[in-house]
Design a protein around this ligand. Structure first.
Ligand SMILES: [Zn+2]
Ligand SMILES: [Zn+2]
Length: 372
């Protein structure tokens, strides 16, 4: 039944990282593997339990759904088991369909189907059953090329969103169907187990928390009220974006249930490093290679700005490697200020010399009393 807490099964905190879960799972799987515990029923059962838990916790998307259901109290380990169902029965529901879900399906094993529905139905916040609910808000990290982050631009993104079915608006009913109060939960949308201070309330598995059931199901979503869709959104990256900065696109997420507001998209930017440019506050640093003649005798060099314009820089005689030259106003513009472009020189020393170059270099060294 629903009491199985996958985190407890694997023996990690609910806040454990994916890496910690993987490590712990591997350790346990090795310990209880049937090959090393021949004929031991308890070990086999434990191994099955661990594998089942890891199928969910080891998958980022499934884990998120599971966490959501867990938050709603679906797997409260302190809850009494209703209807005398047994723990071992859970595995037989693996991959169970949400269609016509009975109370017994509302367990860890059946969650493969139900999880989607619940995360969609409840979004981030628990709403009053039967009323409009805000659609799913999707959070994601977007990698942005260095140059676009610096000068601003657009980056396309594709997201998977759980949202209300477009045909029925999320109530799961066919057009013209009668909506009846759910008999399982008496229209409350929730079922309570236990008594007094120990009572645990969970979403009703029959009506999926809606409190009502249609006389005929919507054909598009088979009564689930939810669908999973791919959204393509062109994200505008503001000028001067830094790694870790966030934007919220209101109303770009999942469609709301029963006329509820559309969810949001929350983006955290991650700026990709660039081979040529680096950033220091609003200043940009660009590496500029020069040869020994340019560094020694002085030269005019051409440098590319971040927005692909060329600026000319006069190097004085005797420019050492690592020296920086400031080109004003060619950095990042953000918050009404503009930084500079710092051109950092690095001198390229020839790796091989012709016989003549070598003779002349030795002559050069002798003339300046350079030791080598
Ligand atoms: Zn529908
Ligand atoms: Zn119900």
């Amino acid at each position: 039944m629903a009491q199985k807490d996958f985190y407890a099964v694997i023996g990690v905190n609910a806040s454990a990282t994916a890496e910690e879960i993987k490590k712990q799972y591997r350790r346990l799987a090795k310990q209880y593997h049937p090959d090393t515990n021949r004929g031991e029923a308890k070990a086999a059962e434990r191994f099955k339990e661990i594998s089942e838990a890891y199928t969910v916790l080891g998958d980022a998307a499934k884990r998120k759904q599971y966490d959501e259901m867990r938050r709603l109290g679906a797997f409260d380990p302190s809850a009494p088991r209703p209807r005398g169902s047994s723990r071992s029965g859970a595995a037989s529901h693996m991959g169970g369909s949400p269609r016509g879900a009975r109370a017994d399906d509302f367990d860890a094993g059946g969650f493969g189907g139900l999880g989607d529905i619940f995360s969609s139905m409840f979004g981030g916040s628990r709403a009053r059953p039967g009323g409009p609910e805000k659609g799913q808000s999707v959070e994601t990290t977007l990698e942005v090329p260095f140059k676009i982050a610096a000068i601003g631009g657009k980056v396309p993104i594709e997201l998977e969103v759980n949202e209300a079915c477009g045909t029925c608006g999320g109530n799961g009913a066919a057009t013209g169907a009668r909506i009846q109060s759910c008999a399982e939960c008496d229209g409350r949308g929730t079922i309570s187990f236990g008594q007094g201070g120990f009572a645990v309330t969970r979403p009703c598995p029959q009506c999926l928390g809606k409190g009502s059931v249609p006389s005929e199901k919507c054909a598009s979503c088979n009564g689930a009220g939810a669908s999973r869709s791919h959204k393509k959104v062109l994200i505008t990256v503001p000028q001067g974006t830094e790694s870790g900065s966030k934007i919220r696109l209101k109303g770009q997420g999942g469609r709301g249930v029963r006329g509820g507001a559309t969810g949001d998209i929350l983006i955290t930017f991650q700026v990709k490093p660039d081979a040529a440019y680096e950033r220091e506050g609003l200043d940009l640093i660009v590496q500029a290679p020069v040869n020994i003649a340019q560094a020694t005798l002085g030269s005019k060099i051409s440098v590319l700005t971040i927005d692909d314009r060329r600026v000319t820089l006069s190097l004085p005689r005797g420019t050492p490697s690592g020296k920086r030259f400031r080109v004003r106003g060619q950095g990042i513009t953000h918050g009404g200020k503009t930084g500079d472009l710092l051109v950092q020189i690095f001198v390229i020393v020839p790796e091989t010399l012709t016989a003549e170059q070598e003779r002349l270099m030795k002559q050069f060294a002798a003339a300046g009393a350079l030791e080598y």
